[in-house]
Write a protein that binds this ligand. Structure first.
Ligand code: AMP
Length: 438
């Protein structure tokens, strides 16, 4: 395993063969699939940052919080010259398919971001990649561009992308569809909470890329609808989040069934000991590419607002939401019922506010995201899990109505704004009295 800052360009190309031809490669029907039963207990594991610690679960209060120094919630936004990455390539340098290149340009991807600039040339050579990069750095395109290029060169090439949440999985599928427009490539999004029979039908018809959450993918493997042996490329996106969400056994189960001669790409915001150990066991001589994660946080103007009572808190929020930067807002709360409560309160006060949490149906969650994206809603109030990885352009403000459990969660939350090199604003409510409730 070694680390680089930039890699040489190159492209893997094999003679193209027609999709769903009479190839000897295993099909999605899963014949001959071997699926030992493995306990999929959902033990939580920490992401391993110095701010994070595994705290015991209290049924009344939830997970105990780390005490985070308030000063960490304060930052003057700085998008300095030094933060602006100067890419060594333009997308055309990568020698990828012309239609793919045209689609990237149409989506406004002109200059590669740091992770793209460094990961794409390596991935195109077929080497395993560890990308230490958080959301907002352009990592989706960093793995999709080389992989789409592989499928066009060999339509039998199949890809599996694992993501921690349904929202992130469907965002990746959307990006895949945008980047592969007019290329006759097929995808399926295999996530829990959506009808499994529809996913099975798609799998039976044949797809080039399966994007899914670990639990549902494991279920489909066990039903022999996904045969892991057919994947030549596997991506784990936001691997640290998957660990946080207790997917470790499912991840090991899935990776353990993959063929030996595949390409694996592993993306994570942190490189904790658990991530290191997974990489050691499942990756083959990987190249590690690290992108500074301060880029996002430093572009976000962060401040604290002191609050003394429930009434004080809601009044201050009301005032903040009427400020110029209150046009497109995500408010974070810890508990689902508190998310609903605040959404109702804001609606009564005349705001276009919607809730987003795991007890809602997929369709309702998608509506909340699309209404905020289009501007039909001004505010989404969300739990951390529901908002993980969502990419809504131009979020102007993040409000931490409840203080996050640990500093990493804080960084993930504020990373919903200040994306793609743009600035943003984050406000955290903290108790006026030291050790107070608010
Ligand atoms: P990601 O980190 O993959 O979630 O991407 C974050 C956002 O950055 C998405 O809205 C992308 O469309 C956008 N993006 C990704 N790569 C580029 C690029 N090279 N130039 C401009 N925007 C980009």
């Amino acid at each position: 395993m070694y680390t680089i800052t930039a890699g040489g360009a190159g492209s893997s190309s094999r003679s193209g063969s027609r999709f769903s031809s009479s190839s000897s490669k295993p099909s999605f029907k899963g014949r001959g699939g071997f699926s030992p039963r493995v306990n999929s207990g959902s033990g939580r594991s920490s992401g391993g940052s110095r701010f994070q610690s595994a705290k015991p679960f209290d049924p009344k209060r939830g997970f105990k919080k780390d005490r985070i120094d308030e000063n960490l919630f304060i930052n003057k936004a700085t998008i300095s010259e030094a933060d602006v990455y100067i890419p060594k390539h333009v997308f055309a340098d990568f020698g990828v398919n012309a239609q793919l290149l045209e689609n990237l340009t149409k989506k406004g991807l002109i200059k590669p971001s740091a992770i793209q600039d460094q990961a794409i040339p390596v991935a195109l050579t077929g080497k395993d990649v560890i990308g230490i990069a958080s959301t907002g750095t352009g990592k989706t395109a960093a793995f999709l561009i080389p992989l789409i290029n592989k499928i066009v060169a060999d339509k039998e090439h199949k890809i599996l992308v694992l993501a921690p949440t349904r929202e992130l999985a469907s965002q990746i599928e959307e990006a895949f569809m945008d980047f592969s427009r007019n290329m006759k490539l097929f995808s399926v999004c295999c996530v829990g909470g959506s009808p499994i029979m529809k996913q099975i039908r798609e799998l039976d018809l044949g797809v080039h890329i399966v994007i899914g959450t670990p639990g549902r993918v494991k279920d489909l493997i066990e039903r022999k609808k996904i045969n892991m042996k057919m994947f030549e490329s596997i991506v784990l996106d936001e691997a640290d989040r998957m660990l946080d969400m207790g997917f470790i056994d499912d991840m090991k189960f899935i990776l353990g069934m993959a063929p030996a001669n595949k390409q694996t790409m592993f993306f994570s915001a942190t490189f904790s000991p658990e991530i290191k150990s997974l990489c050691k066991n499942f990756l083959n001589d990987p190249i590690t590419i690290t992108v500074k994660s301060r880029d996002t946080a430093s572009a976000v103007e962060q401040e604290v607002v002191k609050v003394s009572t429930d009434k004080d808190k809601i009044e201050k929020l009301h005032d903040i939401l009427n400020r110029p930067y209150g046009s497109k807002v995500i408010i974070f709360r810890e508990m689902k019922r508190h998310v609903d409560g605040l959404a109702d309160e804001l609606k009564v006060r005349g705001f276009k506010a919607l809730a987003l949490h795991g007890d809602m149906r997929n369709r309702e969650r998608e509506r909340a995201i699309s209404d905020l994206t289009s501007g039909r809603a001004q505010i989404v109030i969300a739990t951390d899990v529901a908002a993980r990885g969502i990419d809504i352009p131009d979020i102007s403000l993040i409000v931490n109505y409840d203080i996050p459990n640990n500093y990493e969660t804080y960084i993930h939350r504020i990373g919903r704004t200040g994306r793609a090199g743009k600035g943003g604003h984050a406000i955290t409510f903290v108790p006026e009295r030291k050790g107070g409730r608010y």
